[in-house]
Design a protein around this ligand. Structure first.
Ligand code: GDP
Ligand code: MG
Length: 634
């Protein structure tokens, strides 16, 4: 069943709460003070089901907001997650200040669909109703509530909650519009902005909110933003009924384990764990309402997004002042960290007196910590604004330069699922080194630097086979993933060769003559095929065509490249034999934590003459530790 969230909007006393009750039978004014004073103070909730035009059912959740100007901040906490709005205007009063302010907010939040409802139709005569209708039609002209759109999207409907007139027409219009709105994505990463926190007898901590993305299942663990605390979901309710899972687009209540209400409040967000980061600054496109005063660079504002609010300092990019009705790229710096993601909408209100002055959309929630040149920042934000996704990813990777962007961080930074990341990375034309994404430019530079460093080394050390990996990485100062990616690529391109720990340019390093190369092969094979029962080095060298000094040089190279390892004056082993041995010993650990010489001899088939030096070698390598006559396997 499709779930949509409908918000009310409009001036106080225009009949919003009465309308919700007339439609659903539920009184959304839940606070004692609200009932006593007869006004809505905080957001309230109701729900019902509507038959969709295609015969299925739609579950409609209502968020009823207060119309009083003093409670606009509560209205903002409710409007963030709605899919469509009922703009409520009383026929006997027409457009009033909070009609305008709420409507401005809906437009700034880019709410796409809605219905204009003229309430209290019973309180005016037909002629007055017609005048108000014309006035309202004019007012919403050119907006998402424009009545003249083709095909018709957003009707104006006159109703009376008192007599019931017009309610059926409203219901069928609501069913049509609700069936047309794009449903929230329940497969996306989960985010639940919290609007209420309370304790319930016998349950403990309960939080509620509109699930704006993803799915929340019982027993799942979520992360609290800001702060990073973990909570376990003990129970899930949707519209007052227990369920196994809540889906995006549903009013959701969660019973939480592992937290007290002191750690929670309206404005926090529960989200998929280990994925996102809170941020204290975002780069955004900021629009100022035509009715606002000019906004200067550095001004402080009240910032609202979903259910959170904080104070923000506005840093305009490339201009000293934002004119009414204009928009500009800006960095918003928050008094408190919060979870925000690209494409999130927000509202800003004047610091004092507090009125709504503008809003916008988050483009980048992980801006560079260092101040960058304005042109670069502007070009980057322009790219993010225009897309497409693969170009955005390419730009995000490029700005990380030589250190690249971890796949893990991409997910949180642009809010996409793991499965989508590699696909997008492929389209973006970025280079993947292990779990890291790097721009083609940065990768090309890393390659060039590496070749350059090697060339320099060979020129300075003509008699040395090559450079150790460690020294080379140090010289080019690349992070490990990039360095290994570069070595892999350059090997593939046959520009260099890696032997053990040594790197040399193709065709450089110590050049072996044919006889030497052959001798090297013979030595290597002699040891490789012997396993642990190695021949003596003398024996092997005696059988070679080359003279003793040259033979010794070859052995030195094999030892330095770690193809052979000397474990005592007489004993040399091939690295594959030693690797095998280490593995065998490690595998033994689960069944036999200790081993003595006799057992070792049994296992390997070597004599005592070999066993003792081998065990001492294993001690040195910290594979084993000698305790008395035995070895503990580490
Ligand atoms: N005559 C008439 N009065 C209404 C109607 N709807 C609401 N009212 C009255 O208008 C007042 C304000 O209604 P309420 O729903 O609380 O307005 P809200 O502040 O927008 O939520 C209450 O006294 C209602 O009884 C209606 O359709 N006709
Ligand atoms: Mg009300």
């Amino acid at each position: 069943m499709k779930s949509v969230i409908v918000g009310t909007a409009g001036h106080i006393d225009h009949g919003k709460t009465s309308l919700v009750k007339a439609l659903t039978g539920i009184d959304a004014d839940r606070l004692e003070e609200e009932k006593r004073r007869g006004i809505t103070i905080d957001i309230g909730f109701a729900h019902f089901e509507l038959p969709a035009p295609n015969g299925s059912k739609i579950r409609v959740g209502f968020v009823d907001v207060p119309g009083h100007e003093r409670f606009v901040r509560n209205m903002l906490a409710g409007v963030g997650g709605i899919d469509l709005v009922l703009l409520v205007i009383a026929a006997d009063e027409g457009i009033k200040p909070q009609t305008r302010e709420h409507f401005d907010i809906c437009r700034l939040l880019a709410i796409r669909r809605g219905i204009t409802v003229l309430t209290k139709s019973d309180a005016v005569d037909a002629e007055t109703l017609e005048v108000v209708r014309l006035e309202v039609e004019d007012y919403v002209h050119g907006s998402f509530l424009d009545t003249a759109l083709d095909p018709p999207q957003s009707p104006i409907i006159a109703v009376s909650s008192l007599t019931g007139a017009g309610l059926d027409e409203l219901k069928s219009a609501l069913a049509r519009v609700a069936s047309e709105v794009t449903a929230k994505d329940s497969a996306a990463l989960t985010r639940l902005p919290i609007d209420r926190v309370f304790t319930m007898k016998g349950f403990g901590t309960v939080v509620t909110g509109t699930l704006v993305a993803g799915t929340i299942r019982k027993e799942e663990e979520l992360e609290v933003f800001p702060g990073g605390k973990r909570v376990r979901i003990r129970g899930v309710q949707v519209h007052g009924a227990s369920t196994e899972a809540a889906l995006a687009g549903q009013r959701t209540a969660l019973n939480l384990a592992g937290v007290s209400t002191d750690d929670l409040a309206r404005g926090i967000t529960l989200a998929t764990a280990d994925t996102f980061r809170s941020t204290s600054r975002v780069d955004a496109l900021l629009s100022l309402l035509p009715s606002a005063k000019p906004l200067r660079d550095g001004a402080r504002v009240h910032f609202h997004a979903y259910t959170m609010e904080t104070i923000a300092e506005v840093r305009l990019y490339g201009t000293k002042q934002l004119k009414p009705g204009d928009e500009a790229y800006a960095q918003l710096r928050f008094a408190e960290p919060t979870l925000l993601l690209p494409a999130d909408r927000f509202i800003v209100r004047q610091f004092s007196p507090v009125i709504t002055i503008g809003g916008g959309v988050v483009l980048d929630a992980s801006p560079a910590a260092r101040r960058q040149r304005v042109e670069n920042a502007l070009a980057f934000l322009q790219t993010i604004r225009e897309g497409p996704p693969e170009r955005i990813l390419a730009a995000r990777v490029a700005r990380r330069g030589a250190n690249g962007l971890q796949l893990n961080d991409v997910i949180g930074e642009i809010n996409i699922r793991w499965e989508e990341v590699t696909k997008l990375a492929g389209k973006a034309g970025v280079v993947q080194c292990d779990q890291l994404l790097l721009s083609p430019d940065a990768f090309a530079k890393a390659k060039a630097d590496t070749l350059q460093a090697l060339k320099k080394f060979h020129d300075a050390n003509p008699l040395v086979a090559g450079m150790s990996k460690e020294e080379l990485r140090d010289r080019v100062s690349l992070i490990s993933e990039v360095f290994h990616g570069v070595l892999g690529k350059l090997t593939e391109e046959r520009k260099l060769e890696v032997t053990g720990e040594v790197v040399h340019l193709q065709g450089r390093g110590v050049v072996m003559k044919d006889e030497e190369a052959e001798s090297k092969k013979i030595i290597e094979q002699a040891f490789a095929s012997a396993g642990l029962k190695v021949p003596s080095l003398k024996e092997v060298l005696a059988g070679l065509k080359v003279d003793k000094t040259r033979a010794q040089k070859i052995v030195t190279l094999l030892l330095r490249d770690k193809v052979l390892t000397k474990i005592s004056e007489e004993l040399v082993f091939h690295q594959s034999a030693l690797a095998d041995l280490r593995q065998k010993i490690a595998a033994l650990k689960t069944t036999t934590p200790k081993i003595d010489v006799a057992r070792f001899k049994d296992m390997t088939g070597v004599t005592r003459k070999y066993a003792i030096p081998l065990l001492e070698y294993l001690d040195r390598e910290r594979v084993t530790r000698r305790v008395g006559d035995e070895r503990v396997i580490l």
